[in-house]
Write a protein that binds this ligand. Structure first.
Ligand code: GTB
Length: 217
């Protein structure tokens, strides 16, 4: 059965692959699972029909037969569990890959999101200029530790996994901030993720929604 995911009808990121349908698309591409996309306006996201799928009225969602899921991390995990290619077979390696999925979303992303929210909605506050460096220092702490752990490895734990997929998706949120570049192995890690054919297909498909033109190639 072909799953259906939801995505922004018009993403505020203008197709830069920062909205959270992107990791879901990427995971589906990695495992070779075709999917349909239902595009939603901000208004439609808040209507009861969509809230039955997503209690918080957001994207992405995932529908497959009787199953309806929300939360991009849970959706990526579901895809990784049902298909080969995103989680190792060895039970311990699998558990470590899942730990990296949680680390991406629960440990590395929160300070990145705090900075994004501050830049978006707090930039006119009197304390903004003083707060921003504090938020950026918190990000640097996480990046420093992540960089040390990654070292000169290609991926976080041997082979590419759903943990890397989510970590790269999270780190991409820092593009243009200048924060990643102090740790040269991290931009290189992100670039390795972005070079994967599955990533490129997913990126092209979400960009095509924004441009209105079919993906090239
Ligand atoms: N924890 C949830 C998950 O991981 O699925 C968070 C889902 C979420 O934040 N969804 C956002 C949404 O639906 C879109 S992705 N927002 C509408 C709303 O809440 O009303 C977040 C996002 C939006 C825009 C950009 N951007 O423009 O760069 C980046 C990320």
């Amino acid at each position: 059965m072909t799953p259906t995911i939801t995505a922004f009808e018009r993403s505020p990121d203008r197709g830069r692959g920062l909205a959270r349908d992107m990791p879901v698309r990427w995971a589906l591409e990695e495992v070779g699972q075709p999917y349909d996309v239902r595009l939603l306006s901000f208004g439609a996201m808040k209507e009861s029909a969509h809230r039955r799928l997503h209690p918080f009225g957001q994207i992405p969602t995932y529908e497959e037969g009787d199953l309806a899921l929300f939360e991009s991390g849970a959706i990526v995990f579901h895809i990784a569990e049902r298909h080969a290619g995103l989680l190792p077979d060895d039970a311990n390696a699998r558990a470590r890959a899942v730990a990296w999925m949680f680390a991406a979303l629960n440990t590395v992303e929160p300070p990145i999101l705090d900075r994004e929210v501050a830049r978006l909605v707090e930039h006119d506050k009197t304390w903004y200029e003083a707060r921003l460096p504090i938020l950026e220092d918190r990000i640097r702490v996480r990046l420093g530790d992540l960089s040390t752990r990654l070292g000169d490895a290609d991926w976080l734990d041997d082979a590419f996994s759903a943990g890397d997929l989510l970590m790269v998706a999270v780190l991409r949120r820092l593009n243009g901030s200048g924060l990643l570049e102090k740790y040269p192995n991290l931009p290189a890690y992100v670039a390795r993720g972005e070079a994967r054919p599955a990533y490129k297909r997913a990126f092209a498909d979400q960009l095509a929604v924004f441009t209105g033109k079919p993906p090239a190639g």
